[in-house]
Write a protein that binds this ligand. Sequence first.
Ligand SMILES: Nc1nc2c(ncn2[C@@H]2O[C@H](COP(=O)(O)OP(=O)(O)OP(=O)(O)O)[C@@H](O)[C@H]2O)c(=O)[nH]1
Ligand SMILES: [Mg+2]
Length: 255
Amino acid sequence: MSRALVVIPTYNERENIAETVARVRAAVPEAFVVVVDDSSPDGTGYIAEGLAADDGAVHVLHRTTKDGLGAAYLDAFGWALERGHDPIVQMDADGSHLPEQLPSLLAALEAPDAAGRPVDIVIGSRWIPGGTIENWPKRRELLSRWGSAYARTMLRLSTRDATAGYRVFRASALRAIRLDDVHTRGYGFQVDMLWHARQAGLVVVEVPITFVERVRGRSKMSTMIVAEAMLKVTGWGIAGLFRRSDAASGRFVGS
Ligand SMILES: Nc1nc2c(ncn2[C@@H]2O[C@H](COP(=O)(O)OP(=O)(O)OP(=O)(O)O)[C@@H](O)[C@H]2O)c(=O)[nH]1
Ligand SMILES: [Mg+2]
């Protein structure tokens, strides 16, 4: 029996959550769903409870405070690993990530990569050939492209869409990352996970997706979230440089 799980974090997604969950269940009927709600003032958690009451494959995790997308994902990943779910998917609630494209992401986890290696993580990517964005303001596109390029350069990542939020992880990959070591709470969480994946030597592949700007509800993106990500990426990049120069001078121990 499949133990695939789709994790959907929510904060004030009352108008989106029911449709997103229904589309996931239709696109991949064997997958379980967990909604991770941070006590949304708009009642998203109650709506999700209603969905769970109607469908045994849907669960809800309620967190008491809103402390960022990364914190919500880390809680849910711990819960998923304890319950033996594999693979584990992350997806936004706002309709930006099309549930109908999940089968192609799951298929990429089962196929070897270009070098014939088994794949650990699949990224739904906007910035590889075939990837597209719909209705995104030019300003957001530039910020995202620039953020990805900066993270790739600083951290020497091979992933072209380093801030992507549509991902599939093998359970073994989440264990290898050692989630206790991931401390980014906001948007930079996505880059933090890739940085840890690279250090753990995991195989990451990208699959093109169509990313659709949210139609309903409000974005939680803020200047603070972007600043946290930028500062952290810069710090990791500099720390990585020191480690590489230590390695070059023969003083390198561990990874
Ligand atoms: N549980 C939880 N979910 C969150 C939090 N912040 C954002 N989310 C959810 O994470 C997903 C992505 O958030 P968005 O506001 O869409 O952020 P974004 O996709 O980076 O920004 P937009 O492109 O403007 O939509 C959505 O499902 C949000 O409801 C949080 O602090 N806690
Ligand atoms: Mg969004």
